[in-house]
Each structure stands twice: as structure tokens, then as C-alpha cells.
Design a protein around this ligand. Sequence first.
Ligand code: CAA
Length: 381
Amino acid sequence: MNFELQEEHRLLVDMVRNFADKELVPAAAELDIQERFPEENLKKMAELGLMAMTVPEEYGGSGMDNVSFALAMMEVGRACASTAVTMSVTNMVAEGIYRFGTEEQKRKYIPPIASGEYAAASFALTEPWAGSDAGAIKTTAVRDGDYYVINGEKIFITSGAYAGVMMVAVVTDKSKGKHGISVLLVEQGTPGLTIGKAEEKMGQRGSNTVSLVFEDCRVPAENLLGQEGDGFKIMLADLDGGRIGIGSMACGVMRACLEESIKYSKGRVQFGRPISQFQAIQWMIADMATDLEAAENMVLRAAWLKDQGVRFTKAASMAKLFATEAANRAAYKAVQIHGGYGYTREFPVERFYRDIRVTTLYEGTSEIQRIVIARNILGRL
Ligand code: CAA
């Protein structure tokens, strides 16, 4: 067993960290306050090869492994969670198209994602009545000659207003339940697709979260991703990889919480000495660092398993569950260490605290991760 990163991984971490410190960290607070989509960040990240990282180069991707993706997500998460979630979902869609798409779909849709021609890509599963119970979606797609006609509504869609292409889960055969779900690739601007108002969120306010309304939206039949009826499995399989991305982002936010807490506690003097000299503060920092190390190892192991081509569903859910819950604990402690200042916008931990909250909700709540983990241990009871 070897816990050392390979040379290529170390170089990637250096490159992304330098970029993130220079470009992402300075902009993060303003993106949050103004609720501004990080378009310029994403363009630069596409130039660095961060938007379709695990897709082979022949389709415009970077041909990197999943460990690289996790490491890059950690660095971007440490700098700006709004940018990180956009990156994670875009990579998930690029990979979904690569894994399940036809040759034509891969050649048409992955290069513009990878190059930054598309600002982002979206994964449209959730509906007002189908969140955790994703198999209960109602949006329909009815075949009409060479087209599918989509009607329905999606909510909480990350990057929906900016995505060049979206993976949209639809019901093509109501009589078959989850086996009647399919996935269509829908381009931005397709007539019949309306982008709803952006959600006003607690955190990750620079990321774009919208509803999508489909009213007789006609999509070419050739945009079916995989086979009719395979859509639920395609979305869940793709989400397994997405959960590694969100777990990695949580590690990044946790690292930022730890770094800010170390800095602040060494500089803040109370009772005649830096508060880092008090055991109460030391224990919080020790717990944060321990959680971070465990989370990073879990996330990297899940990514490594994925690279080995073996089942990683349980490992990805465990990593996402542990990392996002631990990052919430870390953000709580970071604010606690900063005292009243931590509750103000003067210090970034206020934003970390809000940004991290959603990570135990999206891409499967912590409760859903426990269901996935338990089913992988006990089988379906
Ligand atoms: N990979 C491939 N196939 C899978 C799978 C996986 N990880 N998990 C399950 N399946 C298959 C099953 O084998 C089963 O196949 P068969 O019927 O042929 O046997 C089929 O899918 C249905 O599985 P279940 O009966 O277990 O499905 P379920 O209805 O009980 O749901 C669930 C399982 C795990 C609870 C699932 O609904 C789930 O993950 N829910 C959470 C949804 C979610 O994560 N939403 C996130 C939205 S996207 C987002 O947040 C992105 C963003 O923008 C930030």
C-alpha cells in the first residue's frame, strides 16, 4: 500500500492551487454577495482542462484519472464552493455523455463542454414531487416521429440558465415505473424549454440554481442517451461519480475552515495570549484536522476504486456522507473559533458555514447515502 500521490497528481495539485489562490479566492466573496455566476472562472478552468477531466482526449477531455478529478475538486472547493459545484456537475455530465452516449453524441456535446464554449452542463433529475425519491419523476417525453416531446418541470437544477447541454430524466413509458425512465440530451435554447427564476439560496450563491419548464419541447430522437428505459440507472450511475466530486469539494471547504482557524487563533489575543494556546481551541483544531484527513482518504479511495474499474457506489456514498457531515462540523467550529467576528462577512468562515450546508442535501441527502450504504451491506430487505 502506498499513500504517496504520484508525480502527475502533485503537479496537478500545485497547478490548480496556484490558479485557485490567484483567480478564485479573490473573487469568491463578491460572487457570493452579488449572486453572480462565475462565468469567467469557468472559462479559465476550461483552458486548464478542468471541465471534462476524466473524458479521453479524443473527445476533447483531459484524459485524467478520477484521483486527479478529486484532487482538483478539493483545490477548487477550498477556494470557491460556488465555482466548485458548477465544475463538479459539469464534469458529471461530460462523463455521463462519454459513458452512455453514441459516438455522435460524444463528438457533438463533449468538446464544447471541455473547451468552455458551453459555460457549464446540467443534470436535470429533481422535480417538485421527486427529490430523494428520484424514481417518482413525472416529466414525460412522448415519441413523435423523429422527435420526443417533453412536458413537465424540473427544479433545483445547477447551472440550468447557463448550461449548453443538459441530461434530462424523463418518463417514456408510464407503465414501467423506474424502468420506464429515459435520459434525453437537451440543448439550451430549445423551443419549449423555459428557464425559471434563480433560487435565492443560503449559500453557494454564485452557483446558478433554477427550475426548467418543458412545454411541448421537441428534442430529436437521436438525443436519447443510452436505451429507452435505462434512464434511472444511467442517472444513478452517473451520480455515483458526482458524489465523489461533492465529497472532494467538502474536503476543500474543510481545509479552508482549518487554515482560517489556525491563522485566526494564532493572531487573536485574549486573556493575554493567542487563543491557539487554549486547549479548548486546540481540541477544535485537532478534531477538524482529524476529520479532514479521514475525509480526504475516503474520497481519494473512492476515486481510486473508480479508476480500478470496480464497483465504487458504497465507497462514494460513504465518502460523500462522511466528508459533507464533517465539513459542516468544521465550518461550525471555524465560526466558533472566530467568535463574533466569524458571524460577520469580514471573515470568510461566515461564507464557508453557509456554503457547506447544502452539501448534505444535494446529490443525495445524508439519509439517502445511508440507504445506499446499508443496501450495499445488507442487500435489499
Ligand atoms: N448505479 C446503477 N444502477 C443503480 C444504482 C447505481 N448506483 N443504484 C440503483 N441502481 C439500479 C438498481 O439496481 C435497480 O435496478 P433493477 O430495478 O433493474 O433491479 C434500479 O436502479 C432501481 O433501484 P432502486 O429500486 O434501489 O431505486 P430506489 O427508488 O429505491 O432509489 C435511491 C434508490 C438510492 C434512493 C435513489 O433514488 C437516489 O439516489 N435518490 C437520491 C436522488 C439524488 O441523489 N438526487 C440528486 C439530484 S442531482 C443533484 O443534486 C446535482 C446537482 O445539481 C448538485
